[in-house]
Ligand binder design. Structure first.
Ligand code: ADP
Length: 263
């Protein structure tokens, strides 16, 4: 009798994502840049993880390696116990620029990945409708991207990513270009989308308040070469209010760790 399912479970230890000794050195035209010191990180299904650190500390590099868009110089990334060797439909990346297709309207942008995957029209339409409702864009189905605000564009990007049903959303400073009020609203939207879908999220930011507002766990990175300085478990109740004293205290504690590293 095959032992494969048991072995797979043992290999992943119940973790959806494992980053094992992942380091990265860029070598370009005689220049050697150590971006990441070996990183270890275990993530359970459904967790909201924030990767926080100063610009240039290697957060995006780590996210790109997890997405399979970049190779590591050492270590490996396991998804469900299997070493990844490139991009996969289990992991979807979202960027600061929503990167929508300007020639498609909202519903066709959201349906794009499903169409590519050969999903039949009726099922595609049903999923698209469900995603539009999830991101609160009902009524905007026929709008083109130039007719949308920055926050709405990001909601379309989130819906498009979720439509293909990945287990992990990889978000690289997705709200950094938004104004402060829109960003706060997007935090509330994302938190509600996350609790409705039970997805696992890895969210890169250099904004301490954003990390504390969103994360179950916050991994604080050192300046380059990036390594994990400290991991914070944020147990504040949700939805979190930025003005809440406990959240402000938590933010100050993390700021102190980052300041200490600057010295
Ligand atoms: P962060 O996302 O934390 O701002 P990055 O991961 O973008 O940081 O970059 C980490 C370091 O690696 C930076 O010093 C950056 O210049 C360098 N880097 C990133 N990509 C490349 C590349 N393709 N070639 C050379 N250096 C790179």
């Amino acid at each position: 009798m095959s032992q494969a399912p048991l072995q797979m479970h043992a290999a992943s230890d119940g973790y959806l994502l494992q980053v094992v000794g992942v380091g990265k050195v860029f070598r370009n035209a005689g220049q050697v840049i150590e971006a990441l010191r070996p990183i270890n990180m275990d993530v359970k299904a459904g967790e909201f993880i924030c990767l926080l650190g100063p610009s240039g500390c290697g957060k995006s590099t780590l996210l790109n390696i997890i997405a399979g868009l970049e190779t590591s110089s050492s270590g490996e990334v396991l998804s469900n116990g299997h070493a990844i060797s490139g991009p996969g439909s289990d992991r979807v990346m979202l960027f600061q620029d929503a990167a929508l297709f300007p020639w498609l309207d909202v519903q066709h942008n959201i349906a794009f990945g499903l169409r590519q995957a050969g999903c039949p029209a009726a099922k595609r339409d049903a999923i698209t409708k469900q995603m539009i409702s999830l991101v609160n864009l009902t009524g905007f189905e026929r709008n083109y991207t130039y007719q949308l605000s920055g926050g709405m564009r990001q909601r379309v990007a989130i819906a498009r990513a979720l439509a293909i049903n990945p287990s992990i959303l990889l978000m690289d400073e997705p709200f950094a270009a938004l104004d402060a009020l829109t960003r706060d609203r997007m935090h509330i939207e994302l938190e509600s989308i996350w609790s409705a879908t039970n997805k696992t999220i890895l969210f890169v930011t250099h904004n301490v308040r954003e990390a504390v507002a969103l994360g179950d766990r916050v991994f604080v990175f050192s300046a380059r070469p990036g390594r994990i300085l400290q991991e914070f478990r944020i147990t504040l109740p949700r939805p979190r209010m930025l003005e809440d004293h406990a959240l402000v205290d938590c933010t100050s504690e993390i700021m102190a760790v980052l300041r200490q590293d600057e010295r």
